[in-house]
Design a protein around this ligand. Sequence first.
Ligand code: GLN
Length: 496
Amino acid sequence: MSDVPDAGGSEMCFMPGHQLKDRIVAREITSRQLTEAVLGRIELLEPGLNAYVSFNRDAALARADEIDRKISTGEPTGALAGLPVAVKDNMCTKGTATTCASRILESFIPPYDATVVERLLAADAVIVGKTNMDEFAMGSSTENSAFGVTHNPWDLDCIPGGSSGGSAAAVASGEATSALGSDTGGSIRQPAAFCGVVGLKPTYGRVSRYGLVAYGSSLDPIGPITRAVRDCAVMMNVIAGHDPLDSTSYPKDIFADYTAELDAGVDGLKIGIPKEYFSEGLDPEIAGAIDQATRLYERLGARLVDISLPHTPYAIAAYYIIATAEASSNLARYDGVHYGHRSDKGDDIISLYSRSRSEGFGDEVKRRIVLGTFALSTGYYDAYYMKASKVRELFRRDFRTAWEQVDCVVSPAAPTAAFRIGEKTDPLQMYLSDIYTVSANLAGIPGITIPAGFTSRGLPIGLQIMAKPFDERRLLSIAYAFERETDHHLRRPEAK
Ligand code: GLN
């Protein structure tokens, strides 16, 4: 324990998970010490950050003691032994409220764990709490939460990104060692970029969605948000793999050790630079940081190749039709009878449904239900939903063509760094900020964002890397090649 600086304090809260786990297993520190330190951060910072919807000190410490006991008796332990992990509040946790940051699910206590939660527990993680998010994962700033906005730890006046803003802010500020998020159109990658941490959106079908509250079912994977690329790989070892409970889980997905190729480097790799991602609207400071990152890859032996993903200008339109259409259907189940909030003012069944929904859902969720219902309605289905589905195939084609020329595609994660709370009041402006992330969801491919610098105002800049379906191991090694040559991931926000 002596070589851990400030072992009882916040220093531990910023170490990468894989190092902490080794120390816990070697009995240099205990899971209780680490969990107490993390809970200390939570209690200190939450009044300013609001990254959690709920956390449970007693349950977390009891769990930490259980893992410490296992270690002291020599029982084998899992890959996340004793690590405090946060879970986005749209993943079911047995016996613990799962609200989706919505009034309609405020009192919903799931009777089961999501598969990813089961897998975290089987790997001996300590789940510290449930993180804040845009209601039903609809948003890019975590301002749409019914429980208040989450603040960016680098600048409390700014948003942390969204919708997994709570998970990203918690990891960035030492309120969790790592976290889970979900990414329908960028909700892991963009908040990770805005908070200066690592976020991986896996290939669609690679991580089970069983127990994830559905938003856009054909787009939604769960993935890790961590402080280091290696932690992301370790977390994938825990959560990925076929699940018979999810019919969209890829049946042939056998266990692959995601840490195995981390050191592979980028020598001889071809890195695609898509011209459509560097056009109008991209903040010059972000463009500069991405340019520097690609030059570093070049110095490490990669070859930069200019490519085109020609349908990129249609990505936002296609995504917001498909995502809202699926959302309108998925959210039909919240009627005040099956789930969640029930109005006490309904005189008959129809008014009970409509009052429960109108009292329970926030404005953005209602807007999307209306948009999606419209796009699916008779007479408009062909013009909107069907058309968007056809355009979706063109994104897949764009990427298939790219893979004939390059091994991965590199781009900014977002056109700007984190913006100010309240700055984007027009929903369209907010939707446009997802321009670089939604294509990966439409195509179902994996993408990762990693810390790549800071703006002159001190806000983190994220680099996005995308790869072929099921090529996460290569994606992680490309990310790791950058991380080990740079120190952006080592900087921390000041505790406020
Ligand atoms: N910002 C996008 C949306 O609002 C993506 C959200 C997400 O990935 N869950 O739909």
